[in-house]
Design a protein around this ligand. Sequence first.
Ligand SMILES: Nc1ncnc2c1ncn2[C@@H]1O[C@H](COP(=O)(O)OP(=O)(O)OP(=O)(O)O)[C@@H](O)[C@H]1O
Ligand SMILES: [Mg+2]
Length: 454
Amino acid sequence: MANSKYRILLVDDDKALLRLLSMRMTAAGYEVTAVTSGEEALAHLPLLRPHLIVTDLQMDGMDGMTLFNQVHSRNPTLPVLMLTAHGTIPEAIEATSRGVFSYLTKPFNSKVLEENIARALKITGEPTTGDEEGASDAWREGIITRSPLMENLLTQARLIADSDTSVLIQGQSGTGKELLARAIHNASQRSDAAFVALNCSAIPESLFESELFGHKKGAFTGATRDHPGMFRAAEGGTLFLDEIGDMPLVFQVKLLRALQEREIRPVGSTESIPVDVRIISATHQDLEQALADNTFREDLYYRLNVVNLELPSLAQRREDITLLANHFLHSFPDAAKRGVTGFSSEAQEAMLYAAWPGNVRQLYNVVEQSVALSTTPLIPASLVQRALRSEFGDIPSFVEARGQFERDYLTQLLQITNGNVAQAARIAKRNRTEFYKLLNKHQLSPPQFKAMRS
Ligand SMILES: Nc1ncnc2c1ncn2[C@@H]1O[C@H](COP(=O)(O)OP(=O)(O)OP(=O)(O)O)[C@@H](O)[C@H]1O
Ligand SMILES: [Mg+2]
Protein backbone atom coordinates (compact mmCIF):
# COMPACT_ATOMS: atom_id res chain seq x y z
CA MET A 1 0.00 0.00 0.00
CA ALA A 2 2.59 2.51 1.10
CA ASN A 3 4.89 3.37 -1.71
CA SER A 4 8.07 5.37 -1.49
CA LYS A 5 7.28 7.05 -4.76
CA TYR A 6 4.13 8.74 -3.44
CA ARG A 7 4.88 12.35 -2.57
CA ILE A 8 3.01 13.99 0.28
CA LEU A 9 3.06 17.70 1.08
CA LEU A 10 2.53 18.22 4.80
CA VAL A 11 1.46 21.63 6.12
CA ASP A 12 1.17 22.64 9.80
CA ASP A 13 2.31 25.70 11.73
CA ASP A 14 2.83 23.61 14.83
CA LYS A 15 6.47 22.68 14.32
CA ALA A 16 6.54 19.89 16.89
CA LEU A 17 3.53 18.17 15.38
CA LEU A 18 4.92 18.72 11.91
CA ARG A 19 8.12 16.90 12.84
CA LEU A 20 6.22 14.06 14.45
CA LEU A 21 3.86 13.56 11.51
CA SER A 22 6.69 13.84 9.06
CA MET A 23 8.55 11.08 10.85
CA ARG A 24 5.54 8.80 10.93
CA MET A 25 4.75 9.23 7.27
CA THR A 26 8.35 8.79 6.23
CA ALA A 27 8.44 5.61 8.29
CA ALA A 28 5.32 4.46 6.45
CA GLY A 29 7.28 4.74 3.22
CA TYR A 30 6.12 8.05 1.77
CA GLU A 31 8.23 10.86 0.44
CA VAL A 32 7.32 13.76 2.70
CA THR A 33 7.89 17.48 2.26
CA ALA A 34 6.99 19.41 5.41
CA VAL A 35 6.23 23.14 5.41
CA THR A 36 4.87 25.48 8.08
CA SER A 37 2.48 27.70 6.12
CA GLY A 38 -0.09 27.68 3.33
CA GLU A 39 1.94 30.23 1.40
CA GLU A 40 4.97 27.98 1.51
CA ALA A 41 2.86 25.01 0.45
CA LEU A 42 1.63 26.86 -2.63
CA ALA A 43 5.17 27.80 -3.54
CA HIS A 44 6.23 24.13 -3.39
CA LEU A 45 3.31 22.87 -5.42
CA PRO A 46 4.49 23.31 -9.03
CA LEU A 47 7.89 21.71 -8.52
CA LEU A 48 6.97 19.05 -6.04
CA ARG A 49 3.73 17.90 -7.72
CA PRO A 50 2.58 15.95 -4.68
CA HIS A 51 0.05 13.11 -4.82
CA LEU A 52 -1.59 14.30 -1.62
CA ILE A 53 -1.66 17.34 0.65
CA VAL A 54 -2.14 16.93 4.38
CA THR A 55 -2.81 20.28 6.00
CA ASP A 56 -3.84 21.76 9.31
CA LEU A 57 -7.09 23.71 9.15
CA GLN A 58 -6.29 26.53 11.55
CA MET A 59 -3.01 28.24 10.82
CA ASP A 60 -1.68 31.76 11.14
CA GLY A 61 -1.73 33.50 7.78
CA MET A 62 -3.32 31.38 5.10
CA ASP A 63 -5.61 28.82 6.73
CA GLY A 64 -6.19 25.27 5.50
CA MET A 65 -9.43 26.06 3.69
CA THR A 66 -7.91 28.96 1.74
CA LEU A 67 -5.01 26.71 0.84
CA PHE A 68 -7.45 24.06 -0.29
CA ASN A 69 -9.36 26.53 -2.47
CA GLN A 70 -6.16 27.70 -4.12
CA VAL A 71 -4.95 24.17 -4.71
CA HIS A 72 -8.35 23.06 -5.92
CA SER A 73 -8.65 25.79 -8.53
CA ARG A 74 -5.28 24.75 -10.01
CA ASN A 75 -5.59 21.04 -9.60
CA PRO A 76 -9.12 19.88 -8.83
CA THR A 77 -8.20 16.22 -8.57
CA LEU A 78 -5.41 16.53 -6.00
CA PRO A 79 -6.76 15.10 -2.74
CA VAL A 80 -6.44 17.21 0.41
CA LEU A 81 -6.62 15.77 3.90
CA MET A 82 -7.49 18.24 6.64
CA LEU A 83 -6.28 18.09 10.24
CA THR A 84 -8.53 19.79 12.75
CA ALA A 85 -8.66 20.63 16.40
CA HIS A 86 -11.73 19.62 18.37
CA GLY A 87 -13.53 22.95 18.15
CA THR A 88 -13.46 23.13 14.39
CA ILE A 89 -15.34 19.98 13.44
CA PRO A 90 -18.32 21.79 11.83
CA GLU A 91 -15.92 23.70 9.61
CA ALA A 92 -14.19 20.45 8.72
CA ILE A 93 -17.47 18.82 7.73
CA GLU A 94 -18.27 21.85 5.62
CA ALA A 95 -14.82 21.47 4.05
CA THR A 96 -15.46 17.88 2.96
CA SER A 97 -18.66 18.97 1.31
CA ARG A 98 -16.59 21.36 -0.76
CA GLY A 99 -14.30 18.66 -1.99
CA VAL A 100 -11.73 18.21 0.78
CA PHE A 101 -11.09 14.50 0.73
CA SER A 102 -11.41 13.86 4.45
CA TYR A 103 -10.55 15.30 7.85
CA LEU A 104 -8.91 13.98 10.99
CA THR A 105 -9.56 15.34 14.44
CA LYS A 106 -6.54 15.88 16.65
CA PRO A 107 -5.32 13.93 18.45
CA PHE A 108 -5.43 10.95 16.08
CA ASN A 109 -3.47 7.75 16.11
CA SER A 110 -1.07 6.93 13.34
CA LYS A 111 -3.13 3.99 12.15
CA VAL A 112 -6.13 6.21 11.33
CA LEU A 113 -3.83 8.67 9.63
CA GLU A 114 -2.27 5.95 7.53
CA GLU A 115 -5.62 4.52 6.53
CA ASN A 116 -6.84 7.91 5.40
CA ILE A 117 -3.68 8.57 3.44
CA ALA A 118 -3.92 5.21 1.71
CA ARG A 119 -7.57 5.81 0.85
CA ALA A 120 -6.83 9.25 -0.57
CA LEU A 121 -3.88 7.97 -2.59
CA LYS A 122 -6.01 5.23 -4.12
CA ILE A 123 -7.90 7.82 -6.12
CA THR A 124 -4.79 9.51 -7.46
CA GLY A 125 -3.67 6.32 -9.14
CA GLU A 126 -0.20 4.89 -9.51
CA PRO A 127 2.69 7.11 -8.51
CA THR A 128 4.85 8.29 -11.35
CA THR A 129 8.08 10.22 -11.42
CA GLY A 130 7.67 13.97 -11.47
CA ASP A 131 8.83 14.27 -15.06
CA GLU A 132 6.39 11.82 -16.56
CA GLU A 133 3.53 13.32 -14.67
CA GLY A 134 4.15 16.83 -15.85
CA ALA A 135 4.42 15.75 -19.44
CA SER A 136 1.45 13.42 -19.41
CA ASP A 137 -1.07 15.57 -17.59
CA ALA A 138 -1.71 18.27 -20.16
CA TRP A 139 -3.54 15.97 -22.56
CA ARG A 140 -6.38 15.34 -20.10
CA GLU A 141 -6.72 18.89 -18.99
CA GLY A 142 -10.37 19.79 -18.56
CA ILE A 143 -11.43 16.26 -17.67
CA ILE A 144 -12.38 16.62 -14.05
CA THR A 145 -12.69 13.36 -12.16
CA ARG A 146 -11.70 11.46 -9.07
CA SER A 147 -13.49 8.29 -10.07
CA PRO A 148 -11.39 5.11 -10.25
CA LEU A 149 -13.59 3.97 -13.17
CA MET A 150 -12.68 7.12 -15.07
CA GLU A 151 -9.01 6.93 -14.10
CA ASN A 152 -8.95 3.43 -15.46
CA LEU A 153 -10.51 4.55 -18.70
CA LEU A 154 -8.10 7.46 -19.02
CA THR A 155 -5.17 5.15 -18.47
CA GLN A 156 -6.41 2.96 -21.32
CA ALA A 157 -7.01 6.01 -23.48
CA ARG A 158 -3.47 7.25 -22.84
CA LEU A 159 -2.04 3.86 -23.78
CA ILE A 160 -3.74 3.69 -27.16
CA ALA A 161 -3.49 7.38 -28.01
CA ASP A 162 -0.18 7.10 -29.81
CA SER A 163 -1.16 4.27 -32.10
CA ASP A 164 -3.34 4.86 -35.12
CA THR A 165 -5.96 2.30 -34.14
CA SER A 166 -9.59 3.22 -34.54
CA VAL A 167 -11.39 3.95 -31.31
CA LEU A 168 -15.09 3.64 -30.61
CA ILE A 169 -16.32 5.59 -27.59
CA GLN A 170 -19.63 4.50 -26.16
CA GLY A 171 -21.61 6.11 -23.37
CA GLN A 172 -24.86 7.86 -22.56
CA SER A 173 -25.38 11.37 -23.83
CA GLY A 174 -23.52 14.03 -21.92
CA THR A 175 -20.92 11.68 -20.40
CA GLY A 176 -18.00 13.42 -22.10
CA LYS A 177 -17.47 11.40 -25.26
CA GLU A 178 -16.29 14.34 -27.32
CA LEU A 179 -14.09 15.57 -24.48
CA LEU A 180 -12.41 12.15 -24.33
CA ALA A 181 -11.98 12.03 -28.11
CA ARG A 182 -10.21 15.39 -28.00
CA ALA A 183 -8.03 14.22 -25.13
CA ILE A 184 -6.94 11.16 -27.11
CA HIS A 185 -6.08 13.40 -30.03
CA ASN A 186 -4.11 15.71 -27.74
CA ALA A 187 -2.16 12.79 -26.32
CA SER A 188 -1.33 11.41 -29.76
CA GLN A 189 1.49 12.25 -32.12
CA ARG A 190 -1.15 13.80 -34.31
CA SER A 191 -1.85 16.59 -31.83
CA ASP A 192 -0.21 19.24 -34.01
CA ALA A 193 -2.61 18.49 -36.87
CA ALA A 194 -6.35 19.09 -36.84
CA PHE A 195 -9.07 17.45 -34.78
CA VAL A 196 -12.16 17.57 -36.99
CA ALA A 197 -15.52 16.70 -35.49
CA LEU A 198 -18.51 15.67 -37.55
CA ASN A 199 -21.92 15.00 -36.08
CA CYS A 200 -23.47 12.30 -38.26
CA SER A 201 -26.97 12.99 -36.96
CA ALA A 202 -26.81 16.56 -38.26
CA ILE A 203 -26.12 15.80 -41.93
CA PRO A 204 -28.80 14.96 -44.50
CA GLU A 205 -28.23 11.58 -46.08
CA SER A 206 -27.58 13.05 -49.54
CA LEU A 207 -24.71 15.22 -48.31
CA PHE A 208 -22.57 12.63 -46.51
CA GLU A 209 -20.36 11.86 -49.41
CA SER A 210 -19.51 15.44 -50.30
CA GLU A 211 -19.18 16.51 -46.64
CA LEU A 212 -16.68 13.75 -45.91
CA PHE A 213 -14.91 13.19 -49.21
CA GLY A 214 -15.34 16.66 -50.71
CA HIS A 215 -16.48 17.49 -54.22
CA LYS A 216 -15.33 19.07 -57.46
CA LYS A 217 -16.76 22.31 -58.69
CA GLY A 218 -19.82 21.53 -60.79
CA ALA A 219 -20.22 17.98 -59.45
CA PHE A 220 -23.86 18.74 -58.68
CA THR A 221 -26.18 21.73 -58.69
CA GLY A 222 -24.98 24.12 -56.04
CA ALA A 223 -21.37 22.90 -56.13
CA THR A 224 -20.03 26.28 -57.17
CA ARG A 225 -16.49 25.58 -56.06
CA ASP A 226 -14.18 22.73 -55.03
CA HIS A 227 -14.80 21.50 -51.49
CA PRO A 228 -12.04 19.55 -49.75
CA GLY A 229 -14.28 17.66 -47.29
CA MET A 230 -13.70 16.57 -43.70
CA PHE A 231 -11.20 13.81 -44.46
CA ARG A 232 -8.77 16.20 -46.04
CA ALA A 233 -9.41 18.82 -43.37
CA ALA A 234 -8.28 16.22 -40.85
CA GLU A 235 -5.21 15.16 -42.86
CA GLY A 236 -2.45 14.05 -40.50
CA GLY A 237 -4.84 14.46 -37.57
CA THR A 238 -7.99 12.94 -36.15
CA LEU A 239 -11.48 12.71 -37.60
CA PHE A 240 -14.14 12.40 -34.93
CA LEU A 241 -17.36 10.82 -36.20
CA ASP A 242 -19.96 11.60 -33.57
CA GLU A 243 -23.28 9.74 -33.43
CA ILE A 244 -21.88 7.15 -35.82
CA GLY A 245 -25.04 5.08 -35.31
CA ASP A 246 -26.89 7.68 -37.38
CA MET A 247 -24.71 7.20 -40.44
CA PRO A 248 -26.92 6.03 -43.32
CA LEU A 249 -26.30 2.47 -44.54
CA VAL A 250 -25.57 3.57 -48.10
CA PHE A 251 -22.73 5.70 -46.87
CA GLN A 252 -21.40 3.13 -44.40
CA VAL A 253 -20.10 0.99 -47.24
CA LYS A 254 -18.32 3.96 -48.80
CA LEU A 255 -16.70 4.89 -45.52
CA LEU A 256 -15.53 1.32 -45.03
CA ARG A 257 -13.90 1.31 -48.45
CA ALA A 258 -12.17 4.63 -47.75
CA LEU A 259 -10.79 3.30 -44.46
CA GLN A 260 -9.57 0.07 -46.02
CA GLU A 261 -7.91 1.72 -48.96
CA ARG A 262 -6.81 4.85 -47.13
CA GLU A 263 -7.97 6.98 -49.98
CA ILE A 264 -11.03 8.97 -50.87
CA ARG A 265 -12.57 10.09 -54.11
CA PRO A 266 -14.26 13.50 -54.06
CA VAL A 267 -17.71 13.64 -55.65
CA GLY A 268 -17.36 14.42 -59.35
CA SER A 269 -13.68 13.48 -59.45
CA THR A 270 -12.12 10.59 -61.28
CA GLU A 271 -9.03 10.44 -59.11
CA SER A 272 -8.58 9.07 -55.64
CA ILE A 273 -6.59 10.99 -53.07
CA PRO A 274 -4.60 9.23 -50.35
CA VAL A 275 -5.51 10.26 -46.81
CA ASP A 276 -3.82 9.80 -43.46
CA VAL A 277 -6.47 10.17 -40.79
CA ARG A 278 -7.09 8.55 -37.43
CA ILE A 279 -10.75 7.75 -36.81
CA ILE A 280 -12.42 8.10 -33.44
CA SER A 281 -16.15 7.46 -33.47
CA ALA A 282 -18.75 7.80 -30.76
CA THR A 283 -22.32 6.84 -30.10
CA HIS A 284 -24.87 6.75 -27.30
CA GLN A 285 -26.74 4.01 -29.14
CA ASP A 286 -26.44 0.31 -28.64
CA LEU A 287 -24.53 -0.53 -31.81
CA GLU A 288 -24.74 -4.26 -31.20
CA GLN A 289 -28.50 -3.90 -31.35
CA ALA A 290 -28.11 -1.86 -34.55
CA LEU A 291 -26.10 -4.77 -36.00
CA ALA A 292 -28.87 -7.17 -35.10
CA ASP A 293 -31.43 -4.82 -36.67
CA ASN A 294 -29.31 -4.53 -39.82
CA THR A 295 -29.09 -0.76 -39.53
CA PHE A 296 -25.34 -0.85 -39.00
CA ARG A 297 -22.87 -2.83 -41.07
CA GLU A 298 -20.95 -5.46 -39.20
CA ASP A 299 -17.76 -5.05 -41.25
CA LEU A 300 -17.68 -1.31 -40.58
CA TYR A 301 -18.40 -1.92 -36.91
CA TYR A 302 -15.34 -4.14 -36.55
CA ARG A 303 -13.25 -1.64 -38.47
CA LEU A 304 -14.24 1.23 -36.16
CA ASN A 305 -14.34 -0.72 -32.93
CA VAL A 306 -10.72 -1.86 -32.69
CA VAL A 307 -10.49 -0.27 -29.27
CA ASN A 308 -13.68 0.21 -27.31
CA LEU A 309 -13.87 2.77 -24.54
CA GLU A 310 -17.03 2.98 -22.50
CA LEU A 311 -17.68 6.14 -20.52
CA PRO A 312 -19.46 5.46 -17.24
CA SER A 313 -22.66 7.40 -16.59
CA LEU A 314 -22.54 10.09 -13.92
CA ALA A 315 -24.69 7.85 -11.71
CA GLN A 316 -21.90 5.27 -11.87
CA ARG A 317 -19.36 7.79 -10.57
CA ARG A 318 -21.20 9.81 -7.98
CA GLU A 319 -17.91 10.78 -6.36
CA ASP A 320 -17.48 13.16 -9.29
CA ILE A 321 -20.74 15.06 -8.75
CA THR A 322 -19.61 17.52 -6.06
CA LEU A 323 -16.23 17.92 -7.68
CA LEU A 324 -17.76 18.75 -11.07
CA ALA A 325 -20.47 20.97 -9.59
CA ASN A 326 -17.89 23.11 -7.80
CA HIS A 327 -15.67 23.18 -10.85
CA PHE A 328 -18.54 24.40 -13.04
CA LEU A 329 -19.67 26.90 -10.42
CA HIS A 330 -16.25 28.53 -10.29
CA SER A 331 -16.03 28.52 -14.07
CA PHE A 332 -19.00 30.92 -14.35
CA PRO A 333 -17.70 34.49 -14.04
CA ASP A 334 -21.23 35.38 -13.00
CA ALA A 335 -20.84 33.35 -9.78
CA ALA A 336 -17.91 35.38 -8.48
CA LYS A 337 -19.49 38.66 -9.56
CA ARG A 338 -22.67 37.94 -7.66
CA GLY A 339 -20.92 36.43 -4.66
CA VAL A 340 -22.20 32.88 -5.13
CA THR A 341 -19.49 30.75 -3.56
CA GLY A 342 -20.88 27.24 -3.27
CA PHE A 343 -23.78 24.90 -2.55
CA SER A 344 -25.61 24.41 0.71
CA SER A 345 -25.17 20.92 2.10
CA GLU A 346 -28.83 20.12 1.27
CA ALA A 347 -28.22 21.24 -2.32
CA GLN A 348 -25.18 18.98 -2.50
CA GLU A 349 -27.20 16.11 -1.20
CA ALA A 350 -29.92 16.74 -3.78
CA MET A 351 -27.29 16.59 -6.51
CA LEU A 352 -25.62 13.54 -5.04
CA TYR A 353 -28.81 11.49 -5.18
CA ALA A 354 -30.31 12.78 -8.43
CA ALA A 355 -30.73 10.38 -11.36
CA TRP A 356 -28.76 12.46 -13.92
CA PRO A 357 -30.14 10.99 -17.13
CA GLY A 358 -28.33 13.78 -19.00
CA ASN A 359 -25.07 13.13 -17.13
CA VAL A 360 -22.31 15.76 -16.97
CA ARG A 361 -23.99 18.01 -19.51
CA GLN A 362 -27.12 18.07 -17.37
CA LEU A 363 -25.06 18.79 -14.26
CA TYR A 364 -23.47 21.71 -16.05
CA ASN A 365 -26.90 23.08 -16.97
CA VAL A 366 -28.25 22.59 -13.46
CA VAL A 367 -25.29 24.46 -11.96
CA GLU A 368 -25.58 27.25 -14.50
CA GLN A 369 -29.28 27.71 -13.83
CA SER A 370 -28.83 27.54 -10.03
CA VAL A 371 -26.03 30.12 -10.10
CA ALA A 372 -28.14 32.44 -12.24
CA LEU A 373 -31.06 32.31 -9.83
CA SER A 374 -29.28 32.22 -6.48
CA THR A 375 -29.64 35.26 -4.25
CA THR A 376 -27.50 33.80 -1.45
CA PRO A 377 -23.77 32.90 -1.33
CA LEU A 378 -24.63 29.23 -0.83
CA ILE A 379 -27.05 27.89 -3.43
CA PRO A 380 -30.11 26.45 -1.67
CA ALA A 381 -31.49 22.96 -2.37
CA SER A 382 -34.74 24.37 -3.74
CA LEU A 383 -32.96 25.96 -6.70
CA VAL A 384 -31.06 22.79 -7.50
CA GLN A 385 -34.24 20.76 -7.30
CA ARG A 386 -36.05 23.16 -9.56
CA ALA A 387 -33.24 23.03 -12.11
CA LEU A 388 -33.23 19.24 -11.92
CA ARG A 389 -36.95 19.11 -12.60
CA SER A 390 -36.94 21.59 -15.43
CA GLU A 391 -34.19 19.66 -17.18
CA PHE A 392 -35.61 16.16 -17.46
CA GLY A 393 -37.61 15.28 -14.38
CA ASP A 394 -41.10 16.08 -15.62
CA ILE A 395 -40.87 14.24 -18.90
CA PRO A 396 -40.76 10.45 -18.74
CA SER A 397 -38.86 8.53 -21.37
CA PHE A 398 -40.84 7.15 -24.31
CA VAL A 399 -40.75 3.65 -22.88
CA GLU A 400 -41.91 4.86 -19.47
CA ALA A 401 -44.70 6.93 -21.00
CA ARG A 402 -45.92 4.02 -23.11
CA GLY A 403 -45.84 1.71 -20.10
CA GLN A 404 -47.84 4.20 -18.10
CA PHE A 405 -50.42 4.51 -20.86
CA GLU A 406 -50.76 0.74 -21.22
CA ARG A 407 -51.25 0.28 -17.52
CA ASP A 408 -53.91 2.99 -17.31
CA TYR A 409 -55.71 1.70 -20.38
CA LEU A 410 -55.80 -1.90 -19.16
CA THR A 411 -56.93 -0.87 -15.70
CA GLN A 412 -59.77 1.10 -17.22
CA LEU A 413 -60.88 -1.85 -19.36
CA LEU A 414 -60.84 -4.21 -16.41
CA GLN A 415 -62.84 -1.76 -14.35
CA ILE A 416 -65.46 -1.37 -17.08
CA THR A 417 -65.78 -5.10 -17.63
CA ASN A 418 -65.67 -5.99 -13.97
CA GLY A 419 -62.57 -8.09 -14.54
CA ASN A 420 -63.99 -10.03 -17.50
CA VAL A 421 -60.92 -10.74 -19.61
CA ALA A 422 -62.77 -12.07 -22.68
CA GLN A 423 -64.88 -8.95 -22.84
CA ALA A 424 -61.97 -6.60 -22.16
CA ALA A 425 -59.90 -8.24 -24.90
CA ARG A 426 -62.80 -7.86 -27.34
CA ILE A 427 -63.10 -4.15 -26.64
CA ALA A 428 -59.36 -3.71 -27.06
CA LYS A 429 -59.49 -5.74 -30.30
CA ARG A 430 -56.80 -8.13 -29.05
CA ASN A 431 -56.94 -11.89 -28.79
CA ARG A 432 -57.05 -13.37 -25.33
CA THR A 433 -53.55 -14.79 -25.27
CA GLU A 434 -52.12 -11.46 -26.25
CA PHE A 435 -54.30 -9.68 -23.74
CA TYR A 436 -53.20 -11.98 -20.93
CA LYS A 437 -49.61 -11.28 -21.84
CA LEU A 438 -50.22 -7.57 -21.48
CA LEU A 439 -51.91 -8.06 -18.12
CA ASN A 440 -48.96 -10.15 -16.95
CA LYS A 441 -46.52 -7.54 -18.11
CA HIS A 442 -48.20 -4.99 -15.88
CA GLN A 443 -48.92 -7.46 -13.12
CA LEU A 444 -52.64 -6.78 -13.26
CA SER A 445 -54.85 -9.58 -12.02
CA PRO A 446 -58.48 -9.65 -13.27
CA PRO A 447 -59.98 -11.19 -10.08
CA GLN A 448 -58.83 -8.10 -8.23
CA PHE A 449 -61.28 -6.07 -10.30
CA LYS A 450 -64.15 -8.43 -9.61
CA ALA A 451 -63.57 -8.00 -5.94
CA MET A 452 -63.58 -4.24 -6.33
CA ARG A 453 -67.15 -4.22 -7.59
CA SER A 454 -68.69 -6.59 -5.07
N1 LIG B 1 -15.16 14.85 -16.71
C1 LIG B 1 -15.53 16.06 -17.13
N2 LIG B 1 -14.94 17.18 -16.64
C2 LIG B 1 -15.34 18.39 -17.05
N3 LIG B 1 -16.28 18.63 -17.96
C3 LIG B 1 -16.89 17.56 -18.50
C4 LIG B 1 -16.54 16.23 -18.12
N4 LIG B 1 -17.31 15.38 -18.84
C5 LIG B 1 -18.10 16.14 -19.63
N5 LIG B 1 -17.85 17.46 -19.43
C6 LIG B 1 -18.55 18.57 -20.09
O1 LIG B 1 -19.90 18.19 -20.24
C7 LIG B 1 -20.39 18.54 -21.52
C8 LIG B 1 -20.78 17.32 -22.31
O2 LIG B 1 -19.62 16.61 -22.72
P1 LIG B 1 -19.47 16.00 -24.19
O3 LIG B 1 -20.03 16.92 -25.20
O4 LIG B 1 -18.07 15.55 -24.36
O5 LIG B 1 -20.44 14.76 -23.99
P2 LIG B 1 -20.97 13.73 -25.06
O6 LIG B 1 -20.87 12.39 -24.41
O7 LIG B 1 -20.30 13.93 -26.36
O8 LIG B 1 -22.50 14.15 -25.10
P3 LIG B 1 -23.58 13.93 -26.29
O9 LIG B 1 -23.82 12.46 -26.39
O10 LIG B 1 -24.76 14.65 -25.72
O11 LIG B 1 -23.01 14.53 -27.51
C9 LIG B 1 -19.29 19.35 -22.18
O12 LIG B 1 -19.51 20.71 -21.89
C10 LIG B 1 -18.03 18.85 -21.48
O13 LIG B 1 -17.02 19.82 -21.48
MG1 LIG C 1 -21.17 14.60 -28.17
